[in-house]
Design a protein around this ligand. Sequence first.
Ligand SMILES: Nc1ncnc2c1ncn2[C@@H]1O[C@H](COP(=O)(O)OP(=O)(O)OP(=O)(O)O)[C@@H](O)[C@H]1O
Ligand SMILES: [Mg+2]
Length: 341
Amino acid sequence: MAIVEFTDLFKVFGPDPAGALARFRAGADRDALREAGGHTVALADISLAIAPGEIFVVMGLSGSGKSTLVRLINRLIRPTSGQVRVAGADVGAMTDSELTALRRHRISMVFQHFGLMPHRTVLDNVAYGLAIQKQPRSAYEATARRWVETVGLSGFETAWPDELSGGMRQRVGLARALATDPDILLMDEPFSALDPLIRRDMQDQLLALQGDLTKTIVFITHDLDEALRLGDRIAILKDGALAQLGTPEEILLAPASDYVAAFLRDVNRGRVLTASSAMQRTPPQVGPGQSSAASIAPETPLETVLPLVAEQDVPVAVVDADGAVLGTVSRQDVIALLVPK
Ligand SMILES: Nc1ncnc2c1ncn2[C@@H]1O[C@H](COP(=O)(O)OP(=O)(O)OP(=O)(O)O)[C@@H](O)[C@H]1O
Ligand SMILES: [Mg+2]
């Protein structure tokens, strides 16, 4: 079952959202609504389901509705029309105490500009979500210390946020978000303010943590490389509408529109596409002495496959974890995917 589900969702900002939505549904144009009455159709007819344990990336240009989508999940804002469900429960119908429980226990946020409290130490920032759960300090301090250590900040427990670099601050933000052991982590451009190398470190750390934790992560980014690196699936928004939803490989192999294709133009295809997409599923008859010595796993990126097929004339076998042959990949198969028509 989906852990987060949006159904027929619209969000309109402005003085008369319901009226503007009615006009939008009747065919009024988004720009005209903005110019005529100061209304913004921030999300238009979004239906999608996020599965437990996936890293779900939302990407799109500035103003495409990414933050709006994420803020609806913990009801920082409410939809103009449509529904948001978390673990089956309608977020719009929650009472105040249910909503508080949702925000304290099930969902955490990590912010672009860290959102640390300047007058609290690293440890107290990390412990914040536990402290507001009204646990005694003796009960939560060990948990907070463990998270400080997990994100690599041992020794900085008593430091103040302004004594830390950007990357370190965001490690505190991550530790704070994880300390309450939420099911869902909402991350709105968490690494955008960081230098490229630090940013990559943080991506690695997030992937490593996710390997152990398997939280559901809704991750917003402008950065295509980051989206492709982190996302199990990616939703691309354009003007508040869903332009495409799929795995990185699905989107790259079959962009739904020219808009999406243009978005993907500079992607390193060899890094995203894998042997499983390139392989011929029926293994051809391999004559004596023709069988390939090399074999690869289906998830091997083509940038790794390419040198293997380049140096031998017979196709490389693609084998699963049990050693069963799934298919073969030839030089031509790899080139056909790396160089799209
Ligand atoms: N509280 C608000 N009041 C009025 N308009 C808003 C409000 N919040 C967002 N908008 C508008 O809704 C649209 C979508 O905004 P949103 O913040 O979701 O975009 P975004 O994709 O997160 O952009 P960015 O990449 O710049 O963060 C924008 O046109 C924005 O101006
Ligand atoms: Mg935003």
